[in-house]
Ligand binder design. Structure first.
Ligand SMILES: *Cc1c(COP(=O)(O)O)cnc(C)c1O
Length: 473
């Protein structure tokens, strides 16, 4: 294996410059992206082609096939890009290749992670006394935080669930609203609590919490512990559960309040939206994402806990060869799912150090303005119908040309959604909001500007107008 590392890095550096420069002009999906991805042969090579040739193949095919999701016109899901500081620091994380398991394996990674968690708590106005950990995303942050909740719940029943498991215990009561994200349910599944144990308390087609039902259910437990999951920013329209009221009930009935703020936690960055998060500081656990609104590259999320020492009970590993722990420092490998861990802290630290609180406030507020701009254009367009308020960065609307009957609209919007993705100039996805098929672009990328959201609305209307309408007989 000859050492052509530097040449390989130079090759990638050149290609990266070309790619990044093209993000502004190129469509989100190039016309032959699918074919390019398919063209990668699945035959395992007996003889290697060498690093440079492999990298050339990867870059030439990769640049064709890659979804420009880190560019300014990707409004699907809730997707950020990498800020300049975050992207470069993420490259550096691969060069330095630190194992952020412990202080012994990497003082650098450990120190930067501790600082990153502290800075994020400041950004989100979470109590300084809380602890936290970087994860691969909100899904794993859910698993991390809800493992602590599971331990707390079993402890209230006199059982150490981390040692003994849950056998013999009653089902864990979990209450939430229709805003709950599917990954929170996935975490319940992973943790043995049961995906469908989560009781969704809502009598509203949009999923809004029935607060009276929550009070009723918690009171009905007669003092037995429960887990309440609140969503700060749901994915259809950016709605928030009433966190303060849920925190009141959790305190009154002794429940664990877990808040999913995968992107919504960034409402804290602007005085215009911070009230949406009122009460979040009274939760037991809060989770969020780095690869969404923080705009660091995949993958990155965070779990914050009021009692971080609970994490160690689930996640500590021990073996004779893992010795030499340095007591004064947190060993993040004992606090989360992964043991050997990528130094995600480099990107988080770098972007927060580069742009600070004010940089994030400015970006979040620009995105709030852009979402309102989309909403205004939707409201002004005779063929578009807005379906929800726009509290944050998501605009939920549908194509609704005059005269098309209600029963045709779902199919029309499904076809429009597919046409948008095939067209590729902009990316936006569809959902079902209050039973209606709708588009729900989210503005999360630091590069996105007015011209990009204008194009989004323009493309949607253009493609909508080209769809064959059902005969208006
Ligand atoms: C994206 C999202 C998640 C899942 O986050 P991943 O980073 O994809 O694991 C969870 N909850 C909400 C509200 C989200 O928007």
């Amino acid at each position: 294996m000859k050492d052509d590392t530097l040449q390989a890095l130079e090759l990638v550096d050149e290609e990266a410059q070309r790619y990044l420069a093209s993000l502004e002009e190129q469509p989100v999906k190039l016309p032959h992206a699918d074919e390019a991805a398919q063209s990668l042969t699945a035959d395992f090579p007996e003889e290697g082609m060498g690093a440079l040739q492999a990298l050339r193949t990867l870059t030439s095919t990769g640049m064709e096939a890659a979804t420009r999701s880190s560019g300014p016109r990707f409004f699907h899901f809730v997707t950020g890009g990498g800020t300049p500081a975050a992207l470069a620091a993420d490259w550096l994380a691969s060069v330095l290749d630190q194992n952020s398991f412990s202080w012994v394996s990497s003082p650098l990674g450990t120190r930067l992670e501790a600082i990153s968690v502290d800075w994020l708590k400041e950004l989100f106005y979470l109590p300084a006394s809380w602890g936290g950990i970087l994860t691969t995303g909100t899904t794993t942050a859910h698993i991390t935080a809800l493992a602590a909740a599971r331990g707390w719940w079993a402890e209230r029943h006199g059982v150490d669930a981390d040692q003994e498991g849950l056998t013999g215990l009653p089902p864990v009561p979990v209450f939430t609203s229709g805003y709950v994200h599917t990954t929170a349910l996935k975490a319940l599944s992973v943790l043995g609590l049961g995906r469908s144990r989560a009781r969704i308390l809502s009598n509203d087609p949009t999923g809004k919490l029935d607060l009276h039902a929550l009070r009723h259910e918690l009171r009905g437990l007669n003092g037995a512990p429960a887990i309440v999951i609140a969503t700060a920013g749901e994915v259809n329209a950016g709605h928030f559960d009433p966190i303060a009221a849920m925190a009141d009930l959790a305190a009154e009935f002794g429940a664990w309040l877990h808040v999913d703020g995968a992107f919504g936690l960034f409402a804290a960055a602007s005085p215009r939206t911070t009230r949406l998060l009122e009460g979040v500081e009274r939760a037991q656990s809060v989770v969020s994402d780095g690869h969404k609104w923080l705009n660091v590259p995949y993958d990155c999320g965070f779990a914050f806990l009021r009692e971080p020492e609970r994490l160690a009970r689930t996640f500590t590993i021990s073996a004779d060869y893992i010795s030499g722990l340095v007591d004064a420092h947190p060993d993040f490998g004992h606090l989360g799912l992964e043991s050997s861990r990528r130094a995600r802290s480099l990107a988080v630290w770098a972007t927060l150090r580069a742009y600070g609180r004010s940089g994030y406030r400015t970006m979040v507020e620009r995105h709030l303005d852009l979402a309102q701009r989309i909403a205004q254009q939707v409201d002004a367009a005779p063929d578009l119908e807005r379906l929800a308020e726009v509290p944050l960065n998501i605009v939920c609307f549908r194509y609704h040309p005059p005269g098309v009957p209600e029963e045709e609209l779902d199919r029309l919007n499904e076809r429009l959604g597919a046409a948008v993705l095939t067209d590729g100039r902009v990316y936006a996805g569809t959902t079902r909001y209050a039973g209606k098929v709708a588009l729900r672009p989210a503005v999360t990328n630091w590069r996105t500007a007015e011209a990009d959201v204008d194009l989004l609305v323009e493309v949607i209307r253009e493609l909508g107008a080209r769809l064959p309408l059902p005969s208006a007989s």
